[in-house]
Design a protein around this ligand. Sequence first.
Ligand code: ADP
Ligand code: MG
Length: 327
Amino acid sequence: MPDTAPGPAPVSAAALPLYAIEARGLRKTYPGTKKTPPAEALKGIDLAIPRGSFFGLLGPNGAGKSTFINILGGLVTKTSGEARIWDIDIDQNPRDARGAIGIVPQELNMDPFFSPMESLEIQAGFYGVPKSERRTEEILRAVGLWDKRDAYARTLSGGMKRRLLVAKAMVHSPPVLVLDEPTAGVDVELRRQLWDYVKRLHAEGVTIVLTTHYLEEAQELCDAIAIINKGEVIACEPTERLVGRLDQKTLVVLPQADIAKTPSDFGDVHVARRPNGAIAFTYRAREHSVEELLDRVRSAGIAIKDLSIEEPDLEDVFVALTSGDAS
Ligand code: ADP
Ligand code: MG
């Protein structure tokens, strides 16, 4: 037998799920009160988050991101639909499903009287992690809180509290870590520290799901992104493809002399004046070339001092999709 013959597939690898999280037709309607009507927060979410990905969940305020995440974490009861975490159905086996996920909540709610050390030990006990398997010191060091291990939580800064929540979410070593707006109100330096740790977890195989308002952050970190708007998934693609989706570029021309009035005869090319005197021509790359635009700029009598071309980023795609005029 040639020694290249394939052996049996390793059992552990074969047992790994294709998706870290799967949702099908997930709906949530919050009941109304005397003063407020019922809120349809999720209108049938279908989403499959591949195992091992660094996945971004983006959407404007009130889109339903936290509702989705809190259903996975067992904090919100869904109205209908199905969800699986690490191939475990959250209805059929809620305990195991919850054990497969660590959630860093959006709110900084924590007991002010426990130290980081105590918080982690309590959390580990809650998840039934045996004393011999606890990684309290390792985790506290990783999030930069080892020096603060005995401080009261109420004496920690906002950034430290945030990192303590990340630490708490990791005590049971879940294969999936979800962070709900983890960097809101966290300064740049601590944000970088947090991402260093999360990137390390990702490199070790943890699937990361994050919601963030910082689109730049999502574009840099996430390999795939879903955009949720008004309780519906309106896009779900690899980041690169999503960003490449807008067939739109902007040619920015700085004229040699200030022009009196914005040129208006550019048809479907959108023309705008910038505060510095530059003129921005936004066009569809499939329909116009820079060559052609420059010719038209010159024939409009504009002498060019300087020029540059701007490509769309995630922010532009996001705005286009959530305002309903996507290309
Ligand atoms: P996001 O996290 O994307 O900002 P949420 O999931 O927090 O969105 O909210 C989605 C919608 O559900 C919003 O309209 C919000 O007002 C409503 N909502 C969220 N939580 C509750 C709640 N506990 N009771 C009633 N309505 C809620
Ligand atoms: Mg939220």
